[in-house]
Design a protein around this ligand. Structure first.
Ligand SMILES: Cc1ncc(COP(=O)(O)O)c(C=O)c1O
Length: 465
């Protein structure tokens, strides 16, 4: 096992993979398989790494964990303990983050289509900020909020200005052109006036997020920083425009999208390189200080909303090998090993965007990779986990670890073919505790029913008896 996996993932004396002091094979023996194992220390390390790098160059920085990446209350709780705010997009998120002990005043409400129930809850609870995404939403809030209520904190999400990328980043520009998120400048001006003038709304500032969802577009570390710099310029120029209208911007939330480099390749196109935390901090934190001063603005509070950066490499999916098969592929031989009760349907970004997830044989972590093997699950569709990778010979019962499962895996897993969703366990310095119970077939079956008139009808006899 290589140092590239990070300080909390290594092999132990038994030759097994060990995550945050817990033997992966023992985890499977104790909690069953498949199971997501979440490393507490990795989440803490990632959060501190990003926060410290930013605070170093821009002391007024605060982290808000984008809980959509992994809304496990245990993970949210770790973020809170590390001093982070938490972003939510649905009432489902609200439910889970409150269960994690997060206070309403620590919650940032994102989303382009908040329901009236969500808006009423956010206004009445005194959340940290409502990031307003449209003029319609701003007008709805202004109507819902009684003039004598305690002021609710409002930020405006600016749409990505695709024209800034048109010339030399055309795929990125066309990904964002007319996209559903955020306000165009003209609408944002009206919304800012409305929030600023309303007696029970407190206009805080601006939000902007482009993330790394533009999967089909080119990516390299340098381009990533250029995209952040251009977004920052857009936000600060708009803040200056508002300042000219006597609407001060005290807060700038630059969203998420920070990637962690995985030297063995991870994500779309198996990316190996990304900016370091220090490089992100220099571009974004340093850039904000420089641009604020250039525009004669006071330095605003800088919020970051990282999701994947904090959790992607903190989770591994552990599963057992079942049957194997060897197939002829022309002149070549292809060996398959199949995982029991899990597959890429439990981390569907692989199916949607071709995400690459590195695989380690947890029960033979130090063994030589002498075979080329492809790994898939039991689903009646292409559900491969990895194709043609070098691993030690696999046998029935071996425990396989699929790495980098922390972001948008558990959160978006599908139970296609009625393969129940795995359990999850939090591991930390050798301790392990179940944090998500395994879905059972009883859970799944209990969701469905057959209408009474179909139950009552007798089946026809068709075809040979
Ligand atoms: C508004 C907003 N903030 C933050 C994030 C987190 O992004 P990431 O996980 O890429 O850091 C997202 C993800 O979609 C988002 O939509």
């Amino acid at each position: 096992v290589t140092a590239a996996y990070g300080p909390f993932l290594q092999s132990n004396e038994a030759g097994h993979l060990e995550l945050d002091g817990c033997d992966a094979v023992e985890l499977v023996e104790r909690f069953g398989a498949p199971i997501w194992a979440i490393s507490e220390n990795t989440v803490r390390r990632n959060l501190r790494e990003l926060r410290d790098a930013f605070v170093h160059v821009y002391p007024r920085t605060r982290i808000a964990y984008a809980s959509k990446a992994n809304p496990e209350p245990a993970v949210v709780r770790i973020a809170k303990l590390e001093g982070a705010l938490v972003d939510v997009v649905t009432m489902g998120h609200v439910r889970l983050v409150l269960a994690a002990g997060v206070e309403p005043g620590e919650i940032i409400c994102n989303g382009n289509n908040k329901t009236l129930e969500e808006l009423r809850w956010a206004l009445a609870s005194g959340v940290h900020a409502i990031n307003v995404d449209s003029l319609d939403e701003m007008e709805t809030i202004a109507r819902l909020q009684p003039c004598d209520a305690p002021p609710a904190r409002i930020c405006l999400r600016l749409a990505v200005d695709d024209t800034r990328f048109e010339r030399d980043d055309p795929e990125f520009a066309s990904h964002w052109r007319g996209a559903k998120f955020g306000l165009d400048e003209a609408d944002a001006l009206v919304a800012a006036e409305l929030a600023h003038r309303h007696p029970a709304l407190s206009f805080q500032g601006l939000h902007h997020h482009f993330g790394w969802s533009a999967y089909g577009t080119p990516y390299d570390a340098e381009l990533d920083l250029v995209r952040h710099r251009r977004s920052l310029e857009q936000v600060v120029e708009f803040a200056a425009l508002l300042a000219g209208r006597k609407i001060p911007v005290g807060l700038v939330n630059l969203g998420g999208g920070y990637r962690r480099a995985r030297p063995y390749g991870f994500g779309p196109g198996a990316i190996r390189e990304a900016p370091s935390a220090e490089e992100y901090a220099a571009t974004i934190g340093g850039g904000l200080a420089e641009l604020s001063s250039a525009h004669g603005l006071e330095e605003p509070v800088l919020l970051l909303e990282p999701g994947g950066y904090l959790v992607a490499d903190a989770v591994i999916l552990l599963a057992r090998v079942g049957l194997r098969k060897t197939r002829q592929a022309g002149e070549e031989v292809r060996r398959w090993a199949f995982l029991e009760e899990t597959s890429a349907y439990h981390f569907v970004r692989r199916l949607m965007f071709g995400f690459s997830h590195h695989v380690v044989v947890a029960s033979k972590a130090d063994a030589e990779p002498t075979e080329t093997v492809s790994i898939a699950g039991p689903i009646c569709a292409d559900d491969d986990v990895a194709l043609e990778i070098a691993l030690p010979p696999l046998e029935r019962g071996d425990v396989v670890a699929v790495l980098d499962q922390g972001a948008y895996c558990e959160a978006v897993a599908s139970d296609y073919c009625v393969v129940p969703l795995p359990a999850a366990v939090l591991v930390s310095d050798g301790r392990a505790e179940l944090v998500r119970s395994r879905e059972t077939l009883d859970d799944v079956a209990a969701r469905f029913s057959v209408p009474s008139w179909l139950e009552a009808e007798q089946p026809q006899l068709v075809g040979p008896a």
